[in-house]
Write a protein that binds this ligand. Sequence first.
Ligand SMILES: Cc1cc2nc3c(=O)[nH]c(=O)nc-3n(C[C@H](O)[C@H](O)[C@H](O)COP(=O)(O)O)c2cc1C
Length: 254
Amino acid sequence: MIHNPTIDLMLQRKSVRKYTDQKPSDEVIETIVRAGQQAPFASQLYSILLTRKKKAPFGAPLWFIICIDLYKLERFMQIRGWEVVTNDIVMLLFGLQDAAYAAENMVVAAESLGLGSCYLGIMSKRATQIIKQYKLPKRVFPLVELVMGYPAETFPPRPRYPMPFTLHEERYPILSDDEVRAAMQVMDDGYMAQGYYSRQKIKIPIESGRPDTFTHDNYSWTEHISRKWGQWFPSPNDMLEVLKSQGFDLQPKE
Ligand SMILES: Cc1cc2nc3c(=O)[nH]c(=O)nc-3n(C[C@H](O)[C@H](O)[C@H](O)COP(=O)(O)O)c2cc1C
């Protein structure tokens, strides 16, 4: 593996959930956002909201919200005498990418300046709150929250799937159960070695009658993720409703 300062910075990055009270300067913030802007884009379909007045989750001094933004595109197209006819599923997928690449550039830039960060996923209820609080116009949708500040905790980076489970050259492999299990083990052992869930006292409860045989001695990443996506938000309706109220039309057409 090749090492250089950029690669090492990226390999050392981790989500930080404890921050000092030190406030990043305006120059630091502008540098981070400017680096975010320089990410590749389909059409710059995003906006970045910032709050410094309230302490963010984990005591972070900076609280960004990265939004998918079709509003500004439509404003300039209007000036040019055009209307978007591309369907909203395509626009949403491109907007999601523009927003995500900018956000991740911000994360890496922040890391290079000695700041840490953590994303926070947004579901429908939180999306509705943000839309109200920031008075988001139609065609703007909050994709993800991103808190930042100077870290007040140190720990090693978290594990990732083994390379052969991620990189597939020329064709997608037929994965045996043993190969899947081996990848699960790498993740679970890595998280357990850090006491990731036991330290934070996190364990998603099982909502059905299914017995919970896990303690913090064996509860780890693959169980946590399975409980999350195996129980939460089965209906798309709430999210579709918020998207609709923000002017996104995701219904099939004749
Ligand atoms: C879209 C997205 C949503 C996330 N939501 C949360 C969240 O709600 N709470 C949280 O503590 N971490 C959240 N994270 C951070 C992940 O938990 C973290 O990136 C992952 O566990 C890997 O750890 P690492 O970033 O330290 O390598 C989120 C990350 C992403 C990309």
